[in-house]
Design a protein around this ligand. Sequence first.
Ligand code: ADP
Ligand code: ZN
Ligand code: ZN
Length: 713
Amino acid sequence: MSHCLAVLVQTPAHSQIAGALSYRSALALPAGTLVRVPLGKREMLGLVWDAPDPGAAQAPIAPEKLRSLIGPLEGLAPVSPAWRQLVTFAAGYYQRSVGEVALAALPPQLRELSTVQLARRLKRHAKAGTPNAANGVSDEDPTVLTPEQALALARFEAESGPFLLFGATGSGKTEVYLRCVQNLLTTQPQAQAMVMVPEINLTPQLEARFRSRFEPLFGEQAVVSLHSGMSPAQRLKSWLAAHSGAARIVLGTRMAVFASLPQLRLIIVDEEHDPSYKSGEGARYSARDLAVYRGRLEGAKVLLGSATPSLESWHHSRPAAQGGRYLRLEMPSRIGLDAALPLVRRVDMTHQPKRCVIAPPLLDAIAQRVARGEQSLIFLNRRGYAPVLHCSDCDWKSECPHCSAYRVFHKIDRTLRCHHCGYTERVPRACPACGNPDITALGRGTERLEEHLAELLADVRRPNSVSEQWPAGEPVRIARIDADSTRLKGELSAQLARVHAGEVDVLVGTQMIAKGHDFRRITLVAAINADGALFSSDFRAPERLFGLLMQATGRAGRDADISGVSEMWLQTFHPQHPVFEALKRHDYPAFAAGQLAEREQAALPPFSFQALVRSEARTQETAQGFLNAASAAASSMADGAALLQHITLYPSVPMGMQRVADVERAQMLIESPSRAALQRFLSAWQAVLHSTRGQAEGKGLLRWAIDVDPLLI
Ligand code: ADP
Ligand code: ZN
Ligand code: ZN
């Protein structure tokens, strides 16, 4: 007797094979079993999605007519029903096919290795699977919790959550995470915990802390990582350890939210506001939001942590009487002798010399730090030397021929580089349009700021106490950290190590340096152009700016040896702006209240729900035409009127970056006061988008994708 099984395989994004394929199997394999199946001439990884149908005889295709699946992956337990439910939900909510989401959530090597190779890996893993004996004691001295930490932990243990841990930078959130995990794992011998962090380069620090705390307690295999910086073999190894239950703790970036954890009881999302939790391709999921969903699904407690929560999470954690769904745990105090929050100083640029880049009082402050052997961190959110080259004779500018953007001047290798499509050329000797040899750099990026600072600080000398291999009276050392200076693997950590070792006095960089690094000797942080985000068309720009600046101030003054208050300098033309007023008082709640009031008035998230459809085509006309046609066709859908009742479809517009690599891009915003109404509409509208795309055939390239709860509009 043979069975008919529904099996998910990886399907191309637009293939419309949304559901599972049917295969014949001699075995009644349970749902969740990983199998190999033939597809066309190839052999592929598949995932049994539905258990054998008892009424298989009445199936539309008789089992005899189906192809047989090749067989299950031996030695691998099926993924859990909860995992399948998570995938089903994510696919539905983010408007992608279940097959795509499910297969993308599995480690790539499961798909790529041949049956024989894979069998070998699994065998090796099974052998290594017996955890090394743990001695049951941690090497670390137990930290005595602060009263705030103790209270947060007690409430966490007593309530069910979800929780928002609102703790200042340096308030000891990590210690709270460690205790939550420890309490769980010691009281429940099978339980597993997942801890998510936003960036790969933050995982090594956290991983080290988790390993030193938990390996002595729970064995050497207890902690595994999952992030995209790992080799495929490492990822498979971690995944298998989590899936088999051998790993008790999974540390990872957003992809970890889909890890298979049969005994998941706790999910921690650190820096929950961080935009990198939102995926930018495929199913554009929010790992934070899925973590909350998954927690409810699996009965796992969820703890979100941040010093500057997303306004969505903050709003959810309002008092229950006002409709809040999360429990807010507060830890306002920083730990340490002298860990007062930095003093925020606003430099009113309207009162500074014209066109000055660094205001004289700020320059003085930096020079004083150098002379005292302390470090300064200077932010500018623009890399390269200058954002554009310009000819003042004919007005030529270094436009990218393929994008609606200027190519950035990089002085170090004398190139003009497009940061969007990568198109790179040597800098011309003279204006390509009129031959004028005097082409000038307009504006300023990190490279130029670094050069400028070196000139301004040329006469400043270091003291002799900082570093032994460095004689007294040496000139100031300036370093730059941005995407250009850290292109090579390992370069970022090498540069950070130099900063930590005190070899750098002034660090210039982009937002890359703001997050998570613990720069103990830094006593001054400055934002050169703090105004950028205030007047952006993106309603989330102030939220991101505030978070970034609070993070940056949190980086300052962590070293108890350094006396005196550290400082955060803001160069602005709008010193009285409420964002800066709130920042000055380190008052996130006031900032959030102001922003939420504005958003409520404008019916923006979290008071409404949004989705974006983006389209790409050879011409802007095609890209927008497609969106407008799909929009017009929405009303003629079955139930169209009912579905559209609570939906606003905005006209299509060119994207902010309208053309990238010769592809024109457009987008259309869809809004609703009801999440459910938006979901119903999008699900029904998918078919319209597909058929509109079908009718546009023959016009060459045309792609579209839906982004639910978009972060960048
Ligand atoms: P956050 O993650 O909230 O920014 P951290 O967890 O990094 O803060 O803690 C800041 C510093 O305080 C760290 O150096 C940490 O080791 C220390 N710390 C945390 N909890 C305690 C405690 N209970 N007693 C003493 N030091 C602590
Ligand atoms: Zn010219
Ligand atoms: Zn380009």
